[in-house]
Design a protein around this ligand. Structure first.
Ligand code: FAD
Ligand code: FES
Length: 287
């Protein structure tokens, strides 16, 4: 069993959990993820390693309550235990001194991009961070990103904080003002990563995205997380999760990401019907 040592609500429906898992923490690197199960018979869900502390032997994950299992996770508190916590999984981010790098986090994607930005800055890069959310209330870890980046730009869709608009607007400005960008890393919702990749393709700026395809085993055996990259079949869990954004078939990925929607919806409705609505997402009660 894996004990939750800390739980913080960062924004409506977005929480941080810190889990005691010394073996995972001992090997974790930026860009990797874990697969956890809440209890015996529970669904396996992948979450990115947002931070790790080798001395405390803990892993930090940030999750958004979107369906049944993440809402169940949202009901757990410090002191509660998870049944399984497998990792670190996936390939770590490539960290070296590229020169000048832009790290973009959209929505809950701010959490996975944070350790990558920090590692890139530690490796000597000049790191421009761009973070965005739908509104100010949903924005988190601005302070951590400030510390991890050489400079940080913020956007909200509704203009309630920072630039009024999308992270891609800010990226276009950064590209315009700085001719010598060496790498762009973008993590967030699929449409955001696709928009970033389309923009940087115009400028020939190498772009890495972290894909969140649906996973089951996380070890390359089930084929569930299959994606097409540069015309080749890849498994996100073992070949990724990071890939060249200019080569990813986002169209296919978007289609595959909704294939279980009816089952997910049914599972959520049954869960809400059984329990009322006890999670921290603030969306009210009942079915
Ligand atoms: C490598 C990787 C890292 C991820 N990191 C994070 C993270 O740091 N924070 C975070 O909030 N979310 C992360 N996700 C997404 C997270 O796994 C899903 O939100 C979660 O599985 C949803 O489960 P659910 O039962 O609550 O929702 P459901 O209602 O079952 O699904 C809601 C949506 O979540 C996605 N999803 C569902 N099941 C899975 C699955 N087994 N694997 C992947 N996606 C699924 C689908 O797009 C689905 O439409 C990551 C996914 C991957 C693949
Ligand atoms: S999750 Fe099964 S092959 Fe990747």
């Amino acid at each position: 069993m894996y004990r939750i040592v800390n739980r913080e609500v960062l924004a409506p429906a977005i929480s941080l959990i810190e889990i005691k898992a010394p073996l995972v923490a001992g090997k974790a690197k930026a860009g990797q993820f874990v697969i956890l199960r809440l209890w015996e018979g529970g669904e396996r869900i992948p979450l990115t390693i947002a931070d790790f502390d080798r001395e405390r032997g803990t892993i930090t994950c940030v999750f958004q309550e979107v369906g049944k299992t993440t809402r169940q996770l949202g009901t757990l508190e410090a002191g509660d235990k998870l049944k399984d916590f497998a990792g670190p999984l996936g390939l770590p981010s490539r960290i070296q001194n590229f020169g000048s790098v832009v790290c973009i986090g959209g929505g809950v994607g701010v959490a996975p991009v944070y350790p990558i930005a920090r590692a890139l800055k530690d490796a000597g890069n000049e790191v421009t961070g761009i973070i965005g959310a739908r509104n100010r209330e949903l924005l988190f870890w601005e302070d951590r990103m400030q510390a991890a980046c050489t400079r940080l730009l913020v956007a909200t869709d509704d203009g309630s904080y920072g630039h009024h608009g999308f992270v891609t607007d800010l990226l276009r400005e950064v590209i315009g003002e700085k001719k010598e960008l060496d790498l762009c890393i973008a993590i967030g919702p699929l449409p955001m990563m696709r928009a970033v990749s389309n923009l940087t393709r115009e400028y020939g700026l190498k772009t890495v995205v972290s894909l969140n395809s649906i996973m089951v085993d996380g070890t390359g055996m089930c084929g569930c997380c299959r994606v097409t990259v540069g015309g080749e079949t890849k498994f996100t869990c073992v070949d990724g999760p990071e890939f060249d954004g200019h080569l990813v078939d986002f169209e296919e990925m978007a289609r595959r990401s909704v294939i279980y929607k009816p089952m997910e919806q049914l599972a959520l409705e049954l869960y809400l019907g059984e329990t009322g609505h006890r999670c921290s997402c603030g969306r009210g009660g009942g079915k």
